[in-house]
Write a protein that binds this ligand. Sequence first.
Ligand code: ZN
Ligand code: ZN
Ligand code: ZN
Length: 159
Amino acid sequence: MKKPSSRLNVIEQDSPENSSAEQLIEALRTKGFRITKIRQSMIEALVAASQPVSAPQLLEQVAQQHPSVNKTTIYRELDFLADNKILSEIDILDGMKRYEILHPDHHHHHLVCTSCRDIQCVEVPHHDLHALEGSIQKTHNFTVQSHVLEFFGLCGKCS
Ligand SMILES: [Zn+2]
Ligand SMILES: [Zn+2]
Ligand SMILES: [Zn+2]
């Protein structure tokens, strides 16, 4: 067993274990979904993003290739991609959700700069959290299925 450590490992967005856009698109095709140009372009933009992106940022990027795209389409596609477990939503409490490709076996958390809104993906050692979840089960008779944990503060450039 790996020795628990308290280090936060920053997740590199371009690490080889991350799914490629082609793989995600192929998986959707296999499920019988149509891959529109917009859908493909959104998946590519999300895979290429170096950090979680907002809907307006996605709109801007997709519009470079498909100028006719509008906000409604972007939000509809975001819902579709979330329903199909392609992306996950992050709430950084500024009233605008951010989105990133979901890596099912790569549960992680975020360091959010409250000044420049930079977002870093980090793996948090979970031994303490698992102990806490176990004690919640005992003290509250409540089975924890998941948790959300983001850290807010100032990044190196802003502090
Ligand atoms: Zn966690
Ligand atoms: Zn910052
Ligand atoms: Zn992340």
